[in-house]
Design a protein around this ligand. Structure first.
Ligand code: SF4
Length: 268
């Protein structure tokens, strides 16, 4: 009887040890991923590959509108941000000159961000319904936000070569964010550019039409690697042009995140 108890104790100790090693390895790989993403975002902040945009960012900070006069503008390339273990990746178009470019974080302090953050909070991907400043405690959970390009362009219109320059960072993020199951490009341009990046990564993607609320399951089996599947969910961009004209309503936008939740609950 006593001998049996000894075996049970030993078994419990071994299980505890294995679990601790598992936690430690998990934490080490998590730290490694956080470090790699951090290094990538540091490179982004230092980037000056697009001279037109570098000049434009300086112009913005020296011609502030009255409502933001006196604020210290970020006016550098904007790093992506969020949960390194995210299953949901949101792809914006470009930072807003008086929004993210001012506050130093994508979508923070602009009208599109108010819509996006509100929806993310409502569906459990953020801890606050809005974020006006980079240091207000806003955090994403299971969600990561990036963009097609990371410098605010004049008239919100990046040039094709600027998109190509910036694609390198997005491709690297696709490699690092291995747990991503659902990608939501905001608007048609981000949708087209996301498809192009996924094709470059080896996903075999046919020509796909853009409209609001479509679900496109995509898969990739690269040589020597496991099958990777992601679902693309399309939406109109929550720009003022779309939200003020009623092209995109709150109900339509929330419907997208309901689909995202449903997809994750199905196992992605
Ligand atoms: S848009 Fe991208 S590639 Fe061009 S300068 Fe900004 S961060 Fe660099």
């Amino acid at each position: 009887m006593e001998e049996g108890c000894g075996y049970i104790d030993l078994g419990l100790q071994i299980s505890g040890l294995i679990f601790s090693i598992f936690l430690l390895l998990n934490e080490m790989s998590m730290n490694d991923l956080t470090r790699k993403l951090g290094e990538l975002q540091e490179k982004v902040i230092q980037c000056n590959q697009c001279p037109r945009l570098v000049t434009y960012l300086q112009e913005i900070s020296s011609h502030q509108p009255r409502r933001y006069r006196g604020e210290v503008y970020w006016s550098k390339p904007l790093p992506s941000f969020g949960d390194p273990n995210a299953r949901v990746l949101i792809v914006g178009l470009a930072p807003a000159a008086q929004g993210g470019n001012r506050t130093g974080r994508m979508f923070t302090g602009d009208r599109s961000g108010e819509w996006l953050f509100n929806a993310l909070y409502r569906f459990g991907f953020a801890n606050q319904p809005n974020s006006l400043r980079k240091d207000d405690g806003f955090k994403l959970s299971d969600c990561y936000i990036t963009a097609t390009i990371r410098c605010a362009p004049p008239q919100n219109k990046p040039l094709p070569e600027e998109i190509e320059n910036c694609r390198t960072y997005f491709l690297k993020e696709l490699d690092l964010l291995e747990k991503v199951k659902v990608i939501i490009p905001l608007g048609q341009i981000a949708f087209m550019q996301t498809l192009k990046s996924l094709r470059l990564k080896g996903f075999d993607i046919p020509s796909l039409p853009f409209s609001h609320g479509k679900l496109y399951p995509l898969s990739l089996r690269a040589q020597h690697s496991e099958l990777r599947t992601v679902t693309l969910i399309t939406t109109y961009h929550p720009s003022q042009q779309n939200t003020q004209t009623g092209r995109l309503t709150r109900a339509m936008f929330h419907q997208i995140f309901k689909k995202v939740r449903g997809k994750l609950e199905d196992g992605g």
